[in-house]
Design a protein around this ligand. Structure first.
Ligand SMILES: Cc1ncc(COP(=O)(O)O)c(C=O)c1O
Length: 370
């Protein structure tokens, strides 16, 4: 190890992504492997985004527009908010990283998260040597807003709430969220991470970060093109915040943090409402089907509002996770995030779910599978 390196950084665990398909094919000698592990969109990207990227590719000798003006304006006009309140990042992962740099000064500052939760929030606390306060989810695997409000204090700088939540798919509802906000010290910023929010369309009382930002509350909204818009590979996330927060963000971000292909893809995808509708509709059906498969095998599915389903099998799922992988299906074992009896499975295409159903039934209920 280089003795000059900042040793504090060695306390951070590298992000553990779902295993790559090619890797699993090689290890188990399989021809067919599907990945239902990383909450990607199974229906492929919008054809309009593909076309826009192809067009933009002929200009990739040039630096991108550092301010992403066209995309920023498109988002601003779509959501009826000034461009000065729009954040853009190389995935919302980058925005989480930047918010850490902006708000966390050291060990006296606290970041609060629901536990289990999305690991990038934790990493941002560790990178900035700040204190991570984990508040357990309740028994339905929902955020315990009352406990979180109680745990907040003058040192709490950022509170992350993924809504819908990852890895559980649960949501917080508007009245409870409003009560929660009112109970917080005014210095605590609540980051409502709406990576999966499009899948909750039509759900009663789903709070909207955008509305709270417009009201001037202590809320920062994060969103992404990686999920319902199907652009995870090109890396583009966005968000909404007060103009003075966006001002500082422009000072700390890299000058060209959103590449030109991502800008083109997102601008086109935002206009393709037909794709979005298809994507959300497919997700609803596929998630119901996944839950039905779990229930038929005696597992207890949690109510999910995202693009994955989580079920409790009543016993550790590490073995099941391995069995599925050996047969060509990559999922997430709950032990990765502290729910050892659970399995998280991302929605797939109809064909992928046929395969999943066949394989998991053959493992857990061989008599039925025959
Ligand atoms: C809750 C949550 N926030 C943020 C992200 C990161 O998304 P992006 O691809 O925009 O970096 C994810 C990705 O899975 C997520 O689950």
């Amino acid at each position: 190890m280089d003795p000059q390196i900042n040793k504090h950084l060695l306390t951070i665990d590298p992000y553990k992504p779902g295993r790559p398909i090619e890797d699993v094919k090689k290890e188990f000698g399989l021809d067919r492997v599907i990945k239902l592990a990383s909450n990607e969109n199974p229906i492929g990207p919008s054809p309009k985004a593909i076309e826009a990227v192809a067009k933009a590719a002929s200009h990739m000798n040039l630096y991108p527009d550092g301010a992403s003006i066209q995309l920023r304006d498109a988002i601003a006009s779509h959501y009826h908010i000034p461009p000065s309140q729009v954040l853009l990042g190389n995935g919302s992962d980058e925005l989480i990283h930047l918010l850490g740099l902006m708000y966390l000064h050291g060990p006296e500052d606290e970041v609060m998260v629901g536990d289990p939760g999305f690991s990038r929030y934790d990493t941002s606390a560790f990178i900035n040597r700040s204190k991570l306060v984990r508040v357990p989810l309740n028994s339905n695997l929902e955020h315990d807003l009352e406990a979180m409000a109680k745990a907040a204090n003058q040192n709490t700088k950022l509170i992350y709430i993924a809504n819908p939540h990852n890895p559980t798919g649960s949501i917080v509802r508007e009245p409870a969220f409003r009560t929660f906000l009112n109970a917080l010290p005014p210095t605590a910023k609540v980051v409502l991470d709406e990576a999966y929010v499009e899948y909750g369309e039509g759900v009663d009382e789903l709070p909207s970060a955008l509305e709270f930002v417009k009201e001037g509350r202590q809320v920062i909204g994060l969103r992404t093109f990686s999920k319902a818009y199907g652009l995870a590979g090109i890396r583009i996330g966005y968000g909404f915040a007060a103009p003075e927060i966006v001002d500082v963000y422009h000072r700390v971000r890299e000058p060209f943090n959103v590449n030109s292909l991502a800008q083109a893809a997102a601008t086109a995808a935002l206009q393709d409402r037909e794709y979005l509708k298809k994507s959300v509709e497919h997700n609803r059906k596929a998630r119901n089907r996944l839950n039905a498969i779990f229930a038929s095998l005696g597992a207890k599915p949690y109510e999910s509002y995202a693009n994955f389903a989580l079920a409790d099998f009543g016993r550790p799922t590490d073995g099941l996770y391995m069995e599925l992988m050996k047969k060509g299906i990559i999922t997430r074992a709950g032990s990765w995030f502290g729910l050892p009896n659970c399995l998280r499975v991302t929605v797939g295409t109809d064909e992928e779910l046929n395969f999943f159903e066949e394989v998991i039934t053959s493992i857990l209920s061989p008599a039925v599978a025959q």
